[in-house]
Design a protein around this ligand. Structure first.
Ligand SMILES: [Zn+2]
Length: 304
């Protein structure tokens, strides 16, 4: 058994913005058991359509309209920390690369019967129906580029699965914040008595285009300090997707650790709102967060 399984787009529990954690703990009977679930990133059919059918039928509005064809949401569901982090995998065949946004909690599961506890093993071995029945990175043929939205433990505990052969990108906004001497405390690993992962990030400047093997991946990195100094956002303009880590999500308060700063956070939000507002179709931009929230209208979330 593995710790990963996938959801079909017509199942209620597959709606990312409404994922109730307890319901998502039900293992899929037809697959190797896993802590991870995935979903191809699809947009809501339309805002009008959603309003027509009403909140109670919202799940039926999930359609490929058009689908974001290259990106999958992977949810680590049964982790021992109850964080249920959202991990995003953008497949870029032209660059022979999978861009991973965050690496989750490392697969430590509440379920002792789970077989696959490695995100990398999940990516390379677990059949994904929405990917033609093949793993997202069958036999590891594509390279990985890892972007850490920030250094909190629930985003980095899986990173060592990739350090041997993959670049690990992080914000260059505050190098000291994620320095080896500070990482145990700032990742919260020390406070949780969890071993801090060892990795050497490539620190990326503000507004950098992300490359894989020298080829563009269609994503731009922005520094968005506030929740933490190293918080970042990724902007996929072509697919109209904005990935914001823990800068925002629904239904729960944004936590500001000692090193966070609410005024800086507000400035980062203003910058993200401006980024979306200045895009050609701001109302079509979807926001995707590190927990709880994916595929929600970006302007609605950031100006609420
Ligand atoms: Zn965080």
């Amino acid at each position: 058994m593995s710790c990963f399984w996938w959801l079909k787009a017509d199942k209620k529990s597959n709606v990312p913005s409404h994922i109730p954690h307890h319901e998502n703990s039900i293992p899929s009977p037809q697959l190797r058991q896993s802590d991870f679930r995935y979903q191809r990133m699809q947009k809501l059919k339309s805002r009008t359509g959603h309003q027509e059918c009403g909140e109670e039928h919202e799940t039926k509005c999930i359609q490929g309209y058009p689908p974001a064809p290259t990106t999958f949401l992977i949810v680590e569901t049964d982790d021992i920390y109850a964080e249920h982090p959202f991990i995003y995998a953008k497949i870029v065949p032209s660059a022979n690369t999978i861009l991973l946004i965050d690496t989750g909690c490392g697969g430590a599961s509440n379920d002792p019967d789970i077989e696959i506890t490695s995100l990398r093993e999940f990516l390379e071995t677990t059949a994904v129906a929405d990917n033609g029945g093949k793993p997202l990175n069958e036999q590891g043929r594509m390279r990985y580029v890892i972007v850490l939205s920030h250094c909190h433990y629930d985003h980095i505990l899986g990173v060592e699965q990739f350090t041997v052969d993959s670049p690990i990108l992080a914000s260059a906004y505050s190098p000291s914040f994620i320095s080896p001497i500070n990482l145990p405390a700032h990742s919260l690993c020390k406070g949780l008595a969890v071993r801090t992962p060892t990795y050497t990030p490539i620190l990326v400047p503000h507004q950098s285009s992300i490359l894989g093997g020298g080829a563009p991946l269609g994503v731009t990195l922005f520094h968005t300090p506030g929740h933490t100094p190293d918080e970042l956002a990724l902007w996929d303009e072509k697919e109209k997707m904005l990935y914001v880590g823990d800068t925002l999500y629904e239904w729960e308060h944004i936590i500001f650790p000692n090193e966070g700063n609410i005024m800086t956070w507000l400035s980062s939000l203003d910058a993200l709102v401006a980024l979306v507002a200045q895009s050609p179709s701001p109302n079509e931009i979807r926001i995707n967060c590190g927990h709880r929230t994916a595929l929600r209208p970006a302007l609605e979330q950031k100006t609420a």
